[in-house]
Ligand binder design. Structure first.
Ligand code: OFO
Length: 166
Protein backbone atom coordinates (compact mmCIF):
# COMPACT_ATOMS: atom_id res chain seq x y z
CA UNK A 1 0.00 0.00 0.00
CA UNK A 2 1.33 3.42 -0.94
CA UNK A 3 1.63 6.02 1.78
CA UNK A 4 -0.35 9.23 1.21
CA UNK A 5 2.86 11.15 0.52
CA UNK A 6 4.13 8.70 -2.14
CA UNK A 7 0.66 8.55 -3.70
CA UNK A 8 0.57 12.36 -3.84
CA UNK A 9 3.97 12.55 -5.57
CA UNK A 10 3.04 9.78 -8.03
CA UNK A 11 -0.14 11.67 -8.90
CA UNK A 12 1.87 14.84 -9.41
CA UNK A 13 4.05 12.82 -11.80
CA UNK A 14 0.99 11.53 -13.68
CA UNK A 15 0.11 15.14 -14.46
CA UNK A 16 3.67 15.96 -15.50
CA UNK A 17 4.03 12.95 -17.82
CA UNK A 18 0.65 13.69 -19.39
CA UNK A 19 1.57 17.33 -19.91
CA UNK A 20 4.89 16.24 -21.47
CA UNK A 21 2.91 14.13 -23.93
CA UNK A 22 0.67 17.06 -24.88
CA UNK A 23 3.63 19.43 -25.10
CA UNK A 24 5.45 17.16 -27.56
CA UNK A 25 2.24 16.66 -29.51
CA UNK A 26 1.89 20.44 -29.90
CA UNK A 27 5.56 20.69 -30.93
CA UNK A 28 5.14 17.81 -33.41
CA UNK A 29 2.18 19.46 -35.03
CA UNK A 30 4.02 22.81 -35.25
CA UNK A 31 7.11 21.15 -36.80
CA UNK A 32 4.99 19.25 -39.31
CA UNK A 33 3.12 22.42 -40.29
CA UNK A 34 6.49 24.05 -41.01
CA UNK A 35 7.45 21.24 -43.41
CA UNK A 36 9.70 19.32 -40.98
CA UNK A 37 8.12 15.88 -41.21
CA UNK A 38 11.14 14.09 -39.68
CA UNK A 39 11.28 16.29 -36.60
CA UNK A 40 7.50 16.04 -36.39
CA UNK A 41 7.67 12.22 -36.49
CA UNK A 42 10.32 12.21 -33.74
CA UNK A 43 8.13 14.40 -31.54
CA UNK A 44 4.92 12.44 -32.25
CA UNK A 45 6.71 9.28 -31.15
CA UNK A 46 8.07 11.08 -28.09
CA UNK A 47 4.54 12.18 -27.22
CA UNK A 48 3.45 8.52 -27.32
CA UNK A 49 6.31 7.53 -25.01
CA UNK A 50 5.31 10.17 -22.50
CA UNK A 51 1.74 8.91 -22.60
CA UNK A 52 3.10 5.44 -21.81
CA UNK A 53 5.00 6.94 -18.88
CA UNK A 54 1.79 8.46 -17.58
CA UNK A 55 0.06 5.07 -17.94
CA UNK A 56 2.89 3.32 -16.10
CA UNK A 57 2.34 5.65 -13.13
CA UNK A 58 -1.45 5.27 -13.26
CA UNK A 59 -1.18 1.48 -13.26
CA UNK A 60 1.45 1.46 -10.54
CA UNK A 61 -0.58 3.66 -8.18
CA UNK A 62 -3.64 1.44 -8.72
CA UNK A 63 -1.63 -1.77 -8.27
CA UNK A 64 -0.32 -0.47 -4.94
CA UNK A 65 -3.80 0.26 -3.62
CA UNK A 66 -3.76 4.02 -4.24
CA UNK A 67 -6.06 6.31 -6.18
CA UNK A 68 -4.65 7.48 -9.49
CA UNK A 69 -5.96 10.88 -10.53
CA UNK A 70 -6.30 11.73 -14.21
CA UNK A 71 -6.01 15.52 -14.14
CA UNK A 72 -6.85 18.41 -16.44
CA UNK A 73 -3.83 19.61 -18.38
CA UNK A 74 -2.85 23.16 -19.16
CA UNK A 75 -2.61 23.95 -22.86
CA UNK A 76 0.91 23.79 -24.29
CA UNK A 77 2.19 26.65 -26.50
CA UNK A 78 0.94 26.62 -30.10
CA UNK A 79 3.89 28.44 -31.72
CA UNK A 80 7.65 28.10 -31.32
CA UNK A 81 10.40 30.59 -32.20
CA UNK A 82 12.44 28.11 -34.17
CA UNK A 83 13.46 24.49 -34.21
CA UNK A 84 16.64 24.91 -32.15
CA UNK A 85 14.84 27.02 -29.56
CA UNK A 86 12.12 24.36 -29.44
CA UNK A 87 14.60 21.54 -28.76
CA UNK A 88 16.27 23.66 -26.08
CA UNK A 89 12.83 23.87 -24.47
CA UNK A 90 12.50 20.08 -24.76
CA UNK A 91 15.83 19.64 -22.98
CA UNK A 92 14.86 22.12 -20.25
CA UNK A 93 11.57 20.29 -19.82
CA UNK A 94 13.27 16.88 -19.61
CA UNK A 95 15.70 18.24 -16.99
CA UNK A 96 12.68 19.43 -15.03
CA UNK A 97 11.13 15.94 -15.35
CA UNK A 98 14.38 14.33 -14.18
CA UNK A 99 14.27 16.53 -11.07
CA UNK A 100 10.65 15.61 -10.55
CA UNK A 101 11.35 11.85 -10.82
CA UNK A 102 14.22 12.28 -8.35
CA UNK A 103 11.79 13.93 -5.93
CA UNK A 104 9.42 10.92 -6.15
CA UNK A 105 12.40 8.69 -5.40
CA UNK A 106 13.50 10.89 -2.49
CA UNK A 107 10.01 10.77 -0.95
CA UNK A 108 9.86 6.98 -1.39
CA UNK A 109 13.18 6.66 0.46
CA UNK A 110 12.01 8.94 3.30
CA UNK A 111 8.77 6.93 3.57
CA UNK A 112 10.73 3.65 3.54
CA UNK A 113 8.76 2.52 0.48
CA UNK A 114 11.41 0.25 -1.01
CA UNK A 115 9.09 -1.15 -3.68
CA UNK A 116 8.65 2.33 -5.18
CA UNK A 117 12.35 3.06 -4.71
CA UNK A 118 13.05 -0.01 -6.83
CA UNK A 119 10.23 0.50 -9.36
CA UNK A 120 11.17 4.07 -10.18
CA UNK A 121 14.72 3.18 -11.21
CA UNK A 122 13.36 2.49 -14.71
CA UNK A 123 12.42 6.18 -14.95
CA UNK A 124 15.78 7.29 -13.56
CA UNK A 125 17.52 5.42 -16.40
CA UNK A 126 14.96 6.55 -18.97
CA UNK A 127 15.66 10.20 -18.13
CA UNK A 128 19.40 9.73 -18.71
CA UNK A 129 18.60 8.31 -22.18
CA UNK A 130 16.07 11.01 -23.01
CA UNK A 131 18.22 13.95 -21.98
CA UNK A 132 21.05 12.49 -24.02
CA UNK A 133 18.86 11.91 -27.11
CA UNK A 134 17.67 15.53 -27.03
CA UNK A 135 21.20 16.86 -26.51
CA UNK A 136 22.34 14.90 -29.60
CA UNK A 137 19.62 16.57 -31.68
CA UNK A 138 20.61 20.03 -30.37
CA UNK A 139 24.26 19.31 -31.25
CA UNK A 140 23.22 18.25 -34.76
CA UNK A 141 21.12 21.40 -35.15
CA UNK A 142 24.11 23.55 -34.15
CA UNK A 143 26.26 21.76 -36.72
CA UNK A 144 23.73 21.82 -39.54
CA UNK A 145 22.65 25.47 -39.23
CA UNK A 146 19.63 26.80 -41.16
CA UNK A 147 20.95 25.62 -44.53
CA UNK A 148 21.37 22.02 -43.37
CA UNK A 149 17.94 21.77 -41.78
CA UNK A 150 16.37 19.96 -44.72
CA UNK A 151 18.91 17.11 -44.60
CA UNK A 152 18.89 17.02 -40.82
CA UNK A 153 15.11 16.62 -40.86
CA UNK A 154 15.55 13.51 -43.04
CA UNK A 155 18.23 12.17 -40.67
CA UNK A 156 15.98 12.64 -37.65
CA UNK A 157 13.20 10.74 -39.42
CA UNK A 158 15.64 7.81 -39.81
CA UNK A 159 16.83 8.18 -36.21
CA UNK A 160 13.29 7.76 -34.93
CA UNK A 161 12.58 4.62 -36.90
CA UNK A 162 15.60 2.87 -35.31
CA UNK A 163 15.05 4.15 -31.75
CA UNK A 164 13.77 1.75 -29.09
CA UNK A 165 10.15 2.35 -28.13
CA UNK A 166 8.82 2.32 -24.58
FE1 OFO B 1 10.89 12.05 -20.50
O1 OFO B 1 9.61 12.10 -19.27
FE2 OFO B 1 8.62 10.72 -19.07
O2 OFO B 1 9.54 10.18 -17.64
Amino acid sequence: MLTKKVEEFCNRQIEREGYSSNLYLAMASWAESKGMAGIGAWLYAQAEEERMHMLKFIKYVTERGGNAVVPAFKQPPVKYKGVKEMFKEVLKHEQFITGSINEVLAVAIIEKDYATTNWIQWFVNEQVEEENAVQIIIDKLELAGEAGLYFLDRDIMALRSTAPTE
